[in-house]
Design a protein around this ligand. Structure first.
Ligand SMILES: Cc1cc2nc3c(=O)[nH]c(=O)nc-3n(C[C@H](O)[C@H](O)[C@H](O)COP(=O)(O)OP(=O)(O)OC[C@H]3O[C@@H](n4cnc5c(N)ncnc54)[C@H](O)[C@@H]3O)c2cc1C
Length: 383
């Protein structure tokens, strides 16, 4: 143990990393445990704020909190790229230093990989990349007529309802700009239903919602490549004037290099979020947590947060020489904004039975207020 107190090193300052860091510090003061968070960027943003930057109701600057604020709570923050994880020697190499740990929490999220779809970076825009949102907003303002394509290009991807929410917000934006009649919105997904993780009933409700706004959902459309103004699917083609893509998601390279996941996969965990290495845990989008034979916990901030809290509790127990027995409960929810100043909530219980149970609530102004509060709570409580 470094400096005679244990060192918890947290890789990634997103939902999983920040919930874990805060939960540990809430339970143990700085003379009992040293906590360090490393991230290559120095800010945190709740994922759904990206869609507000996309539709022009928010700016990037008004949507972030700064990770250096962690230091107010005696949580060290290092803004550097993580280059290597050495699980045998219990060290992590960044751009300028080697850090040793007693406990390691890997919360590095999923990496967006638009380069995996030929032509995408040249002819399409990445809806999930914060760097592209202002440009997307500009394009949405400029387009006068034609087809907007929203295409999911790989499974699993972050926040399954978010692309549908994007379609609904774009629909509303185009209505307000008075040009919706001249523009068609087409939604392409490789899945057979809108939200496989939420089951057929909720999927049908989401389909009804998008259909009611004349957004055309095309199922089983697996994108192979993109050409100028053309999407090429396994069995079909479609023209577009503006392409907004949800690119394939992959595990960060350093995770493959340290052997915790294979190419094309994520770190496999159970509900205790342990890896095969003692005192090394993984949480959030960087992981794959199966539910029964057919399902997995979706990639969502609310679940990364729950896993972060679970791991934090187990680390605190271990430091206090108690049993480490907390299990991630799999309970969460995702808001889906209608574009009519209301939102509904998809309530999820991943482990209630042998398969997940989900319920879609009524769309209401109250749920939209809860969504705003959800963001405010994370930024103010964590940073
Ligand atoms: C448009 C959109 C809407 C969404 N809406 C919702 C929603 O309504 N509800 C919900 O629950 N979730 C939502 N999400 C999903 C949510 O944002 C993610 O699931 C969540 O951020 C995952 O948390 P995480 O901690 O696993 O990873 P992240 O939050 O992605 O954090 C990972 C961190 O690791 C850092 N990192 C990665 N590699 C390195 C490296 N080599 N060196 C240094 N740092 C590194 C990254 O910079 C990042 O800060 C949405 C996402 C998007 C894009």
């Amino acid at each position: 143990m470094s400096e005679n107190i244990p060192h918890v090193l947290i890789l990634g300052g997103g939902f999983g990393g920040l919930s874990a860091a805060n939960e540990i510090r809430k339970s143990l003061p700085s003379f009992k445990v040293k906590i360090t968070v490393i991230d290559k960027k120095d800010w945190f943003m709740v994922g759904f704020a990206k869609l507000w930057i996309m539709n022009g109701t928010r700016t990037f600057e008004n949507s972030i909190g700064f990770l250096k604020e962690l230091e107010k709570k005696d949580i060290d923050f290092i803004k550097e790229e993580i280059l290597q994880i050495d699980l045998q020697n219990k060290t992590v190499k960044t751009s300028t230093q080697n850090l040793s740990y007693d406990f390691l929490i890997i919360a590095m999220g999923a990496t967006l990989a638009p380069e995996k779809i030929s032509g995408l970076t040249q002819y399409g825009m990445n809806l999930y990349d914060h760097n592209e949102l202002s440009k997307i907003n500009q394009k949405l303002n400029e387009i006068k007529s034609g087809n907007i394509a929203i295409a999911i290009m790989g499974m699993p991807y972050k926040c399954p309802p978010a692309p549908f929410e994007a379609a609904l917000l774009i629909n509303s934006m185009l209505n307000q700009l008075g040009k919706r009649q001249s523009i068609q919105i087409h939604f392409y997904s490789p899945a057979p239903i809108t939200l496989p993780a939420a089951g057929p009933e909720v999927s049908q409700q989401i389909l009804d919602l998008v259909n009611s706004e004349k957004i055309f959902f095309h199922d089983s459309s697996k994108t192979i490549s993109v050409e100028k103004n053309k999407l090429i699917f396994e069995n079909d083609k479609a023209n577009f004037d503006l392409l907004l893509a949800i690119p394939p998601h992959v595990v960060p390279d350093v995770i493959i290099k340290c052997g915790l996941a294979k190419e094309g996969g994520f770190i496999k965990i159970n509900r205790d979020c342990k890896t095969p290495f003692e005192n090394v845990f993984a949480v959030g989008d960087v992981t794959s947590l199966p539910v029964g034979e057919k399902f997995a916990v979706p990639k969502a901030g609310i679940f990364a947060e729950g896993e972060g809290i679970t791991v934090a509790k187990n680390i605190v127990s271990k430091i206090q020489s108690k049993d480490d027995s907390a299990l991630f409960d799999g309970i969460g929810g995702c808001f889906i904004e209608s574009g009519r100043n209301t939102a509904s909530l998809i309530e999820v219980d991943m482990f209630s039975e042998s398969k997940p149970t989900t319920k879609l609530t009524e769309s209401s102004k109250e749920h939209l207020d809860e969504k705003l509060q959800f963001e405010k709570d994370r930024i103010t409580n964590w940073l």
